[in-house]
Design a protein around this ligand. Sequence first.
Ligand code: SF4
Ligand code: FE
Length: 488
Amino acid sequence: MRTGQQYIDSLRKRDIKVYLKGELLESSTVVDHPFIRGHVASAAMTYDLAHDPRYEDLMTVKSHIDGRTINRFTHIHQSTEDLLKKVKMLRMISQKTGTCYQRCVGFDALNALYTVTFEMDAKLGTDYHKRLQAYLEYVQDTDIMVAGAMTDPKGDRSLRPGQQADPDLFVHVVKRDDKGIVIRGAKAHMTGMVNSHEMLIMPTMAMAPEDKDYAVSCALPVDAPGVIHIFGRQTNDDRKCEGDMDQGNARYGIVGGECLTVLEDVFVPWDKVFMCGEIDYAGLLVERFACYHRQNYGGCKGGVSDVVIGAAAVMADMSGYGKAAHIKEKLNEMIHMAESLYACSVACSAEGKKTASGAYFVDPLLANVGKHNVTKLIYDIDRLAQDIGGGLTATMPSEADLRSPVIGKYVEKYLKGVVSVPTEHRMRIGRLIENMTGGTALVESMHGAGSPQAQKVFYSKLSNLEHKKRLALDIAGVPVAETPKKPA
Ligand code: SF4
Ligand code: FE
């Protein structure tokens, strides 16, 4: 297993093309860019914590392939206990980083592909599972970070991939020969991509027969010829080029450092191709991946919320209203919501089932409910943190003002709360609340792992509404045959 430092050093050896604010970055120093280094440090925690004896049980596991001890982020879940440990691991890491550490996406892509390629081979006689297993062994051997790449730009949402005016708005195969395939298109909102070693491409939705070229899954290095990454902006990101105080979470940043990854005729050899034209399995792969990733959100956002709740409570103490009844009430409300998020992740893991491949899969309905709760409750948790934090979290002068030999004394004097607390400490907590409850973080809770509507689709599919109707009819004493029929 790599350490965090070994992980970072290995990233320097890539020949990756990352554009940021219009400039191409020098590939060996991408990890040092002020916009990127926090995300790298956060991902490095997934490596370092695997060497910490306190977290050995959560962070490491025996590989089901050869019994070696591996980092859990490269593991295929072998039991509901594995699923539960994943959620506990995520909450634990989030409590330390206060933000996304990105490595779960590739982890979930591996597990989803493991189950789907097995079922695909059994039905179609293909050999994708064997290829995926060889790739998995490589990932476990090298402990690389793999970015999961699902979301296509999608263009006009009313049109299918093949109907778009521009055929590249969904990643597709443009050429096949005896050596491999060539793909073209882009993947959007790519979490952790610029600080990964490889990416796992997956289709973004179920495909129709005419979309055959779009049903493609494969693995490739992030620095393969033809791959270009365009780094996304975040709220207040220019503060990262200044001192650390105004950033709030200077060590780990916010969210995952997302980018737009362009694939301009990229060659992928056949041994790294895990789906090519099997349209009936594109939707299944999307579902499996989405559910594995939605499982996570009560873990990772539960841990992030622990930090937000702590920050709000500390701000109240530092300002002298920590003992007020309404503050306690608000903190309790926040705790209730954070634990509710976590409960769904635990529940969908405990209710997981073994798939034909032997890997365990979460309960899909509960996983979707959990992620859907995140799209609402994080807003409420953050709203209360801003309520408790006060207007200061949005109007505070800068670190440079505090340090100024001329006006620093005024900032020091007038931003003081409780006398025993240094003004700088109060300002730091205020910035943390601002950072963690601000624009980019909230949008990630809404759309990360899929937008709310994507979760609702699962409810009608999985909740068996007809069964619920029969329950009601039975208890009310109404014969089933007398329920209203739809007009012909
Ligand atoms: Fe992992 Fe959460 Fe980041 Fe997704 S948002 S990659 S689950 S830490
Ligand atoms: Fe996310």
